[in-house]
Design a protein around this ligand. Structure first.
Ligand code: UDX
Length: 439
């Protein structure tokens, strides 16, 4: 929304949330989300045509176009628990819009939703019977965290799906005209509602599937002395395959991939397609296997026990350049190491202590003596038996590993879960160094 405000100076953008603390943070100098470049765009436009407010009803009444941008987490109760998307926030937005009234509206689904959600939104809006007409549009978001501002400024494509009726097409064109302020027309794809909804889940499933595919090959590389980065380069130069999303790692994390693939599986089963669901379920299973394999290799190299040993955890975010730890592969790896009675010294340049504790499900009291929160990488590695590098932060490339090595317990072990470092130089220093899919 900040980018829309930045690119469409004649349009007023009001961002509303029920959570007053969040809105206060958006109105302060300390935004609640760390994203490179976001601070500048918000501060340049806030108070001009970009506003943050808790006046939900009033802003709904004033708006011509409303973007529903609430979270759609995996359901953790009742039917479809563990797989289906929890749509209660989308539903309550639709009800709120219907109740607030204020005129004809275009309602845009920005949240990632299962195919046919627009039907539910439409039914709720139409049942308001308030004399106003509503058009529902699907406009999924493809930005990735850490590169969000560049992705928004220069998107590969913008997808807008709408009803095929004449009114539906008028609404589609209205939403197209917003993006057309800075995105070339050829990159704005219009489809019917259901194709747009399904394309978002499909895009994330394909991306996640590429990571699971290269991670599956990484296990084979370790067994066969092939090097997964070399294999990725060799296959990625085939223009039909392409080079992106072939970086082998400890597994994908983040708030989208697992949730969306699980949701796709749920939908397939719902529509009576268990074989299709089973195919996509393997993407998640491979991701779990990759995390567990990392822990097993670490244990093996530490003589099968980490009990009472100090392990330095470098990075906790699910990827670099974000403070987001949701579904980070670091969570299950750290949980497993804690289960094995290791003591963890965690350092991440952006993820807060409270977010680490809450994602791990540990209280401050439980963490006492077991988890140390460090303010530098060097502090985390001090007297450690092993280092596990779990996020590919640039600063980890620049560390003085010789001096880190000198302050560690011997033999000093290093597991690079992101294939970020040069294993040969680490071995020259004296480390027992390991990567993913190369040894
Ligand atoms: C993803 C999609 O890319 C984006 O289009 C969608 O809108 C939201 O979900 P995001 O989760 O922010 O974006 O990050 P992304 O860059 O896709 O990375 C997801 C995870 O995959 C991270 O944990 C990352 O480390 C991992 N990853 C990515 C790999 O392990 N290897 C790769 O080659 C790429």
């Amino acid at each position: 929304m900040a980018m829309i405000a930045n690119k469409c100076k004649g349009t007023i953008v009001s961002v509303v949330d029920l959570n007053a603390d969040r809105i206060a943070a958006w109105n302060s100098g300390n935004l609640p989300v760390y994203e490179p470049g976001l601070d500048e765009i918000v501060s340049q436009n806030r108070g001009k045509n970009l506003f943050f407010s808790t006046d939900v009803d009033e802003k709904i009444r004033e708006a011509d176009i409303i973007f529903i941008s609430v979270n759609t987490p995996t359901k953790d109760y009742g039917a479809g628990s563990g797989q289906a998307a929890d749509l209660r926030f989308v539903e309550s937005c639709a009800r709120g819009i219907a109740k607030a009234g204020g005129g004809d509206k275009i309602v845009v689904e920005k949240s990632t939703v299962p195919v046919r959600t627009a039907q539910m939104v439409k039914e709720i809006l139409d049942s308001a019977n308030n004399g106003y007409s509503y058009q529902v549009i699907s406009n999924p978001e493809f930005l990735a965290e850490g590169t969000a501002m560049a992705d928004l400024e220069n998107p590969d494509r913008v997808l807008i799906g709408g009803d095929t009726s004449e009114e539906g097409q008028v609404a589609v064109e209205k939403v197209v005209s917003i993006y057309a302020n800075w995105v070339e027309k050829e990159r704005i794809i219009t489809t019917n509602l259901w194709s747009s909804e399904l394309s978002k889940l499909t895009a994330n499933a394909f991306l996640a599937q590429r990571i699971s595919s290269i991670n599956a090959i990484s296990a084979l590389c370790e067994a066969s002395e092939a090097d997964v980065d070399e294999v990725a380069k060799a296959i990625g130069t085939d223009s039909r395959i392409g080079p992106k999303f072939l970086k082998s790692s400890i597994g994908f994390g983040g708030s989208c991939f697992q949730k969306d693939v699980l949701n796709l599986c749920y939908l397939c089963r719902h529509f009576g397609l268990p074989e299709v669901a089973g195919y996509w379920e393997q993407v998640i299973q491979m991701n779990e296997y990759q995390k567990e394999r990392f822990v097993t290799r670490l244990l093996d190299s530490m003589f099968n026990t980490v009990s009472g040993k100090r392990l330095a955890i470098l990075g906790f975010a699910f990827k670099k350049d974000t403070n987001d730890a949701r579904e980070s592969p670091a969570i299950s790896i750290c949980r497993r190491l804690l289960e094995e009675k290791a003591n963890l010294a965690i350092y991440d340049p952006r993820v807060s202590k409270s977010s680490i504790l809450s994602t791990l499900g540990w209280s401050e009291e439980q963490a006492e003596g077991r988890i140390h929160f460090c303010s530098t990488a060097e502090e985390a590695c001090d007297r450690a038996n092993a280092i596990a590098l779990l996020t590919e932060w640039d600063e980890f490339k620049e560390l003085n590993y010789a001096s880190i090595y000198a302050n560690m317990q011997q033999p000093a072990i290093l597991f690079d879960g992101r294939n970020l470092l040069n294993l040969k130089s680490l071995r020259e220093i004296g480390f027992r160094a390991h990567g993913i899919g190369r040894d």
